[in-house]
Design a protein around this ligand. Structure first.
Ligand SMILES: [Zn+2]
Length: 321
């Protein structure tokens, strides 16, 4: 099988499941060589990536196994490319020039989030460039541990409506949305149907949250794929709503849920207004990191737009030096 970028994708076998090997001598993996030249050419100090995953290693291995098996919530062949140790992935982000990044963890059942937050906040304390990141799940102690995470310095949250299988309007989350709105701390929300919709994904349930908490600073993951138009509407309607580019415009996602060409003007306006941020889903992607940047560049929305999306908008949101 050959993917749309023309690379030989190969069958889903153990060798392929192993991903690419970690390059020695400060090198970059196949496909990523042009990344540093990309941001240098734009005159940027590097990249800011709001959608990066770091999780406790045992949990991350289970997630990779789920992707390997193309589980029901994945729905398509999805060989993880960067299945390296935490230290290798941190080093690699540095080589790519990703100067600021999140460590998004997310629970798939109750009773996990508080432990995940201890892990991710500790990880950020020991990892230069990593934004202190936290998560939550609808459960009785959610507002308690979210308040604790905020007090401990959390600067970005993640909530995964698709994997979590809960409605974002769940009553147990109402106080959490309120806490985040009051604190002005952004939350990356996987609210869209992609890659496989559930009963609670899509624009409507999350629009109901925004109607109740209009000051919420939300970053809609994957540009809301596949409901790009409706999520662009929300970003226009609410001052606090932003979008991350995660996986959008890559050959991989274009094949499944392409972004509508006629929405490029709105995407340009929103990007220049601070509302579109680079996200990648590193390391849980089945293609080179460079594909994300190449996809953004191919949109041909101008260098100012690329500078805003790849650095400036996150620098403003997170007060990066
Ligand atoms: Zn993700």
């Amino acid at each position: 099988m050959t993917d749309p970028a023309g690379r030989d994708a190969g069958p889903l076998d153990p060798a392929r499941g192993a991903g690419v090997s970690f390059p020695g001598n400060r090198g970059l993996a196949e496909g990523d060589a042009a990344v540093p030249a990309f941001w240098r050419g734009l005159g940027l100090p590097g990249l800011a990536d709001v959608h990066v995953h770091f999780l406790p290693p045992r949990l991350l291995r289970r997630i990779w196994a789920y992707f390997d098996a193309a589980g029901p919530l994945v729905g398509t062949e999805w060989p993880i490319r960067y299945r390296w140790s935490d230290a290798e992935r941190v080093a690699y982000l540095g080589r790519l020039g990703v100067r600021a990044f999140s460590a998004l963890a997310y629970p798939h059942r109750p009773g996990m989030a508080a432990d995940l937050n201890r892990w991710t906040l500790d990880f950020a304390r020991n990892t230069p460039g990593c934004l202190p990141s936290a998560t939550f799940f609808p459960e009785p102690d959610a507002s308690g541990y979210v308040a604790e995470a905020l007090a401990a310095g959390a600067r970005v949250f993640k909530v995964h409506v698709q994997v979590g299988g809960f409605p974002p309007t769940d009553e147990a989350l109402d106080a959490v949305w309120g806490l985040l709105a009051d604190a002005g701390v952004p939350v990356v929300v996987h609210a869209g149907h992609a890659p496989v919709g559930t009963a609670h994904t899509g624009p409507e349930p999350f629009a109901a949250v925004l109607a109740r908490h209009p000051a919420l600073r939300a970053v809609v993951a994957h540009l809301g794929a596949p409901d790009y138009r409706a999520f662009l509407d929300l970003a226009e309607a609410y001052e606090g709503v932003r979008l991350d580019t995660t996986m959008a415009f890559t050959p991989f996602l274009d094949r499944l849920v392409p972004f509508p060409d006629d929405e490029r003007p709105r995407l340009r306006e929103l990007g220049l207004a601070g509302k579109v941020l680079l996200g990648s889903d590193f390391p849980n992607i089945p293609y080179p990191y460079a594909d994300q940047l190449a996809g953004l560049a191919r949109l041909d929305l101008g260098d100012d737009w690329l500078r805003a999306v790849c650095w400036g908008n996150a620098a403003a949101l997170f007060d990066l030096a």
